[in-house]
Design a protein around this ligand. Sequence first.
Ligand SMILES: Nc1ncnc2c1ncn2[C@@H]1O[C@H](COP(=O)(O)OP(=O)(O)O)[C@@H](O)[C@H]1O
Ligand SMILES: N[C@@H](CC(=O)OP(=O)(O)O)C(=O)O
Length: 809
Amino acid sequence: MGSSVLKKQQIRFKQLDLPHSIYKFGGSSLANARGFRKAARIISQQLKPNDLVVVSASGNTTDWLIACCEQNNEQFDFLQKIRYHHRAIINDCFIADQRQKLLDTLEQHLNWIERHLAYSNQGSFKNDIIAFGELWSALILSYLLEHIGVPASWIDARRCLKVLNINEQISIDFEQSKKYLEEHLKSRQQRITVVTGYIASDGDNKTCLLGRNGSDYSATLLANLTTAKEVKIWTDVAGIYNFDPNLSSQAKPIEKLNLSLTKTLALLGSPVLHQKTLEPICNSKIQLSIGSTFSPDLPGSKICINDGFNANSVVTHRNGLIEFCFTLKSDIDLHRLNKQLIIQQNLNNEFSLLLKHGQRSLRLLVEENNVKQWQQTIQAIAQSTAENQSTSTFIFEQKRVSTLALARECSSNYEYHRHFFKTFIRERKLDAQLLDLEHACVAILPQPEIDDLAIQCFDAWTQYTETIAVFLLGIGNVGATWLKQVESRQGHSFQVVLKSNSKTLFLLDSQQSFDTIDNSSEQLVELIRNAPFKNKVVIDATASSSITQSYSRFFELGIHLISANKEAASSKQELLDSLHACAQDHHCWWLQNATVGAGLPINYAINDLLSCGDSVTSIRGVFSGTLSWLLQTYDGTRALSELIQEAKALGYAEPDPRVDLSGHDVLRKLMILIRLTGQQIDQSDVTITPLLDASLFELSEADFWQQKEDFDRDFNRRWQKAKNEGRRLVYQAEYSLDKGASCGLVEVSESDPLAQISPCDNVFVIQTSWYQDNPLIIRGPGAGREVTAAAVQSDLNHIVSRINAVSQK
Ligand SMILES: Nc1ncnc2c1ncn2[C@@H]1O[C@H](COP(=O)(O)OP(=O)(O)O)[C@@H](O)[C@H]1O
Ligand SMILES: N[C@@H](CC(=O)OP(=O)(O)O)C(=O)O
């Protein structure tokens, strides 16, 4: 079918009043009179004249019609079932003449079926018999619409959906279908048309079926042919859920899902949407959605054809399958076999999955009902390719199985899914074959029915995704120590799911490392975004400014943040304000207790005072644990440079110790505290004097160390002078409302609280309205891996309890 034909037809169609929407009501929606009434109400409220409605056979009618065609003595019981089922609907929906007319028509049709069932060659009428299911639904619904005042008519799709039928292999004849459809559209005169789904006809007007559940396909095909803007599939559940909602009340509908997840679900045999249904809309702008006939106000699911990835996952299973194993005596034509698989999958909406194949063996999963047909197909393929037909005999085994799968929307970030799924199977000691598909982990289990196991899997997955997931960025001093602390305790209500250094990301669970990914890249954010956890917390234990560039993305994605990294908190006021606003807008918490005073509760103390109505008038203190250690340890016996190296080795100093020596680290902490008191400040507002001569900080690190003799000598002189005067050298940070902010090396008396500290201590002297004459003093270790890691943990504890409080609401 040339695409030029399609285009030409579309231009012609534009002159007609084309349908905007096509609604499809499935058998589960139309299973009873209530369902028909609900459908009619939705149509009357939402559709416009010229729109189309596609219907399936009511409830199990198609199954019953197929059963009627089986050669056994239950044929007429099934016919009776069909009779009572439809009579009940007609009697409930209509009165008087309309009722009688429909009952008469039904009876005529049933008589026709009965007569044809008696024929010896009834096989040739099988499709005509099965087609009645859709016909009755169209008839009843169009009458019902008229009955409630909606102008409507119905059409047998065999008059407008034309197929090419070559050796029972059916393909859509777009040209003919458009021609007949156009004729119909011209004549419908502002009425809603109800079209029978699932059925079509070939060039000889013989009835052809579009495969089980094929009415969805009829709807998307009609949308393609008429360039409709939307297709909505109405069923008995409100969209595609993360698990079969009829099996668990905990299953949640997915509002938006992309085509790859939808296709994966179809491949795994989920009944909601079939592969073929998606074909006519794949490269179009047609909006496909799914909603519930019984709760039409619920949002339902939208299939986003061109949309990116979300982090949706679905637990899906399929009972009643047969695993086929063939060992052939000659090579099989795999190309032909694959083609046949696609044909049977696509045209008949049959489930089948080729598990494994060699030249002379293959394993295949198929539906229980189709075993015979597959056996014949494979035998035929094997025989046609064997050089000597007698050698093509094969040994064939079959096993009843079910499949359980965890499908995911994105193809990256599958480790979490895989880890969960493997653990789930392993812990239950299930005898399963595991299969890794691009978008799903699949287990083939030797049981014919696994509903209970699927429910357990869904519950376990829900629990797994609801744990609070922690992503640790930076496994240097603080990060690695925090991790050790976490590992040494048990019973956490969070789970560390990723750790990273500047080059590599590790998923902790599986001990797998990813390819080298730069931390600053959008890839890291994507990885965290797509991780399948409901509550996510990032710990930034890096000293990297590039990570801070991702902060706003984290907040936009609803991810909470703990910063031990001071970069963002001490950045430009304007930037900081926008980050806080972003966190607030997205209901995210951003805690930074570890940025100042290591584990000392300085942030919490100030926040508490402010929240009680106090106000801070001044803060003064020693904020650098490193400088505190250096200045308290220095006694003139060892050179300053030697002590600097030792501080680095002990993990007190920043990776480049000059960040400490320049006073820059103190400046950042001072800014963070001032901002915490509610004041605005930028770097240019702070007077800063480095510990050593300012020119030393303009050198490269190597050149800096070349100057050590000079700076060791200068420092010793200054220290000696203070000592001689009975004073102590401290690196002080100071801020007051009237004098502003500064930091630098000062001499203080022995009785000053800033002098009364041990090496490594920080001290904060805080004056507030209420602590004016006798200031509040917080003193204790202000550097060191353990205490800083504890500060991170303290923030995490706060976030965890807030998340838990919110989820209990
Ligand atoms: N993940 C899922 N989301 C929604 N429905 C599902 C899911 N898995 C299985 N189902 C089942 O699919 C059914 C809808 O498909 P189907 O019976 O073919 O509908 P219809 O008859 O309307 O075409 C639901 O009733 C539900 O039990
Ligand atoms: N009635 C047909 C076609 C169909 O699409 O049905 P449903 O919409 O109920 O899945 C079948 O049962 O296969």
